[in-house]
Each structure stands twice: as C-alpha cells, then as structure tokens.
Design a binder for this molecule. Structure first.
Ligand code: A3S
Length: 439
C-alpha cells in the first residue's frame, strides 16, 4: 500500500466520469479545510493488516499536525502494482473503519471508482508532505500491538517511531559534507571499505530494499533482512553506496565507539521478540541511536541464530549521518566536533596567506596527493573566513602558509583536536605526521 499524506489547508473534489464499470460509491463532491489528505494506492497483496498500519500512521500524523479531519482519497497512481478494484475497495473501507474505531476526529472517504477533479492547497511546512509504503509480509508489532497502534496506546514512546530522525542542522551538515554527492561519497566509500576490512567481508548479497531504515519500523526491516539473508562476512546491499548492512559474527560495538562514543552512549536497546519489538519470528536485540532531534536510528541488530548471535551493522549511510549528528551534539555541549582523520572527506586544508604562497601550497598539495591524502587549497576570501570555512567542514588539519613559512620551508599547523592551538612545524615533520595519521 502506498500513501501520500498531504496537509491541506483546503481540498475540494467532485466526481467526473466513471472509471470502473459499476463504482461502489455514488457520484459526489466534497470540500474540507485544514485536514490530512491520504492519497492511497492499494497494491496487489495488500490486506487489512496494511490498512490498519496505514490507519495508525495517518492518526499519528494528524496528531502530530494537530488536525481533526482525515480524508481518505482513493488514488490509483502511486504504484504500478495495483490491487484489483474490488480488493482495493475492501482495503480502503477497512482503513476508514480502522481510523474511525481508533480516533475521535472526523473521517471521510472520497468516492471510489471515479475520475475526480480536485483542488488542493498545501501550506508547505516540513511535515506537510510525507510518502509512506506499507508492505505485506512484515507487520511489525510492539508489545503485541501494530506499531502505530502501540504508540496510540502509549506502549511505545513516539520518538521511537520517528521516520525522519535528523535535525535541520544535521541535514545542513549532510549537504555541506555533500554526503549524497560526489565529494561526500568519499565518506561513505571510506566507511564501507573500512568496515569490509574490519569485519572480513567476502561476499555481497543483494536484498530487497527496506521500507525505511529509521525508527522501530526500520529496526524491524533491518532485523528481518539480517535474519533472512545475514551471514558471516557479508555485505547485504539494496541500492547505492551506503545502502548496505555489514553482517558478521563479531560484535561491532567497539568499532562504533572509535567513531564517536556518543553513538552508543546516546542509544537504547530494544528486545526483538514477543515482549518487545516483533519482526516476524526474529529473536535478538536492536541498538538505536537517539538523534539530536530525537529520532531513533537503528545501528546494530543482533539476531539469535541456532549457532550463536549474528550481528548486522548499519546501514552505512545511517552510521555516517549519525556521526555528523553526534558531532553536532558535541558542539551543543561546547566540544569541537571531530571526524576521524581517515574518514574526513577533506583531511588537510592548505591556506596560502597571499598569491605569493600559491606555488608553495601547490607543491605541498601535490606531495600530499601522492600520499593519497585528501587535500584542498583554500585560496578564496579573507584569511579568517577561510580558516572558519575549514572549521565548518571539520577539516582535521588546517595549514596556513605565509611569507615566513614559505621562506623557511615550515608551515603553521592547527590540529582540530587541539582547538585554539597552532604550531609552526617543519614541512618534513608535517609530512611525517600526516603519513602516520593516514593509516
Ligand atoms: O482507477 C480508477 C479509480 O478506481 C479507484 N481505484 C483505486 N484506488 C486505489 N488503489 C487502487 N488499487 C485502485 N484501483 C482503482 C480509484 O478511485 C481510481 N480513481 N484519483 C482518481 C482519478 O484518477 C482515481 O485514482
């Protein structure tokens, strides 16, 4: 079942022509204001289970937006895998009944089986448009109730269901580090290749994409994937770089600690199985990192197998973004945010004070590049502004090259882990220090 949830300050619709031979609903029109519109496409194989999960999710979203009206809008355009009209109608009516029985707001359903003209105004705030996918086969439960229902009954804290855990500042950092783009892809690639080495990964296995990788729902999908396809020394992948889990027999906790101890300190562990989170018949535990904005990010799944525990670490992208998020928490606490030298997208910033030092900077940059060190010459703008920009990119080593440095073959070095300190070192000592760092 695919759902597009839109906050509408106003929606009006009216039936035009019949779209199926005998539509089950009569022609009609409607106008609603300040409501949550759920455009729903029922997919082949969907049942009442998916209808109930979609109902709980719509109730949760309406509550979050303080809306008192939900309009279910049959919409056969969000998937190419449509359920036949009779099935679709049954599931949509089930969704309507599930909302009615569990919510005290007003529920409406636009007529099924018609082409409809509609007008909709959307206020465009960050939560005004959400897309959802409810897949048949895995109905996650918490203490026995479907996830969204459990939240409704207060059995699980709402933040554990958050599907978009990242604060705006974290998202800003993700784009500044270009994590999804060519520059930042280095971070995902370095992280994944380090993990392959650390956990002796030998094979890659393609798995179905999880519906989401965040919150308890994401945890159930990761646990289910790990349980079904996990094994010793495997990468389970479903998309681009970063959409992957590392599954192994050795516990990954100490590796995460080396990235930022907050990843485990600010985390909770949820049991998998009847008294906790149910993901099919998977038994074990999930460790979820509590993001700065308060969302839950699964990082480690431990699945009980007959021959012992199987660990799934990841998704790799979640680890990378959680690392930035944890850094922002450090900054909130007045601690300079860091990223391990081997993982930094840019490891050394070279800042020539004036044009005259550009050649010196170029010669150092080419030496560092042959050492496979990621270096950027920052030549634009005022000296202070360039040093601040290097800080905004959390660049571990910032090198200032002035007249004196160029003439004495030295550099002035600021190490990010020694905030406020700078040291003049010989170029050779600096090169030696970098080669030791760049393991
Ligand atoms: O497809 C013609 C109309 O019949 C309903 N319908 C479905 N709705 C949701 N999921 C499915 N699998 C459906 N199969 C049929 C819808 O009412 C659909 N009409 N928005 C209007 C006009 O485009 C519409 O989708």
């Amino acid at each position: 079942m695919r759902v597009l949830l839109l906050h509408a300050t106003r929606i009006s619709f009216r039936t035009m022509e019949k779209a199926v031979r005998d539509p089950p609903d009569p022609p009609s029109s409607g106008v609603y204001s300040n409501c949550l519109v759920a455009f729903v496409t029922v997919e082949d194989g969907d049942s009442v289970e998916e209808a109930e999960r979609a109902a709980g999710d719509a109730i949760l979203q309406a509550g979050r937006l303080g809306l008192k009206t939900i309009l279910i809008y049959p919409y056969a355009h969000l998937s190419s895998n449509l359920a036949p009209p009779s099935e679709a109608y049954r599931v949509l009516v089930a969704m309507e009944q599930a909302i009615r029985s569990r919510w005290d707001g007003e529920v409406y359903r636009a007529p099924f089986g018609w082409y409809k003209a509609f007008e909709l105004s959307c206020p465009g705030h960050p939560l005004a448009e959400l897309s959802r996918l409810f897949k048949a086969g895995l109905t996650p439960k918490y203490s026995g109730a479907p996830l969204e229902e459990a939240s409704h009954k207060g059995l699980v804290e709402k933040w554990l269901l958050e599907r978009d855990p990242w604060s705006l500042e974290t998202k800003d950092l993700v784009s500044r580090f270009d994590v999804e783009g060519p520059q930042g892809i280095i971070m995902l690639w370095k992280l994944e290749s380090r993990l392959l080495r650390e956990f002796g990964v030998k094979r890659r296995v393609k798995v179905p994409p999880p519906e989401t990788v965040y919150g308890l729902l994401g945890a159930t999908h990761i646990a289910y994937t790990c349980s079904k396809w996990g094994g010793e020394g495997l990468t389970l992948f479903w998309g681009g770089l970063g959409d992957s889990l590392i599954s192994s027999r050795s516990p990954p906790t100490s590796f995460l600690e080396t990235l930022n101890k907050r990843l485990l300190e600010d985390s909770i562990t949820v049991n998998l199985g009847s008294e906790g989170l149910e993901a099919g018949d998977v038994k074990g535990r999930v460790t979820l990192y509590k993001a700065r904005k308060g969302g839950a990010v699964p990082l480690i799944v431990e699945v009980e197998k007959p021959d012992g525990i199987l660990y799934c670490l990841g998704p790799v992208r979640s680890i990378a973004i959680a690392l930035l998020d944890a850094g922002l928490k450090d900054a909130d606490a007045g601690i300079t945010p860091q990223i391990p030298f081997w993982l930094a997208p840019i490891q050394v910033a070279l800042i020539p004070v004036s044009e005259a030092q550009t050649a010196y900077a170029d010669s150092i940059a080419s030496r560092l590049s042959t050492m496979k060190v990621r270096v950027r010459i920052m030549g634009e703008g005022g000296l202070g502004a360039r040093i601040r920009e290097a800080g905004r990119l959390w660049i571990p080593l910032v090198v200032v090259l002035g007249e004196r440095e160029a003439s004495t073959n030295t550099i002035t070095l600021r190490r990010r882990w020694e905030p406020g300190k700078q040291e003049v070192v010989s170029l050779e000592d600096f090169i030696g220090e970098v080669s030791k760092l760049n393991i």
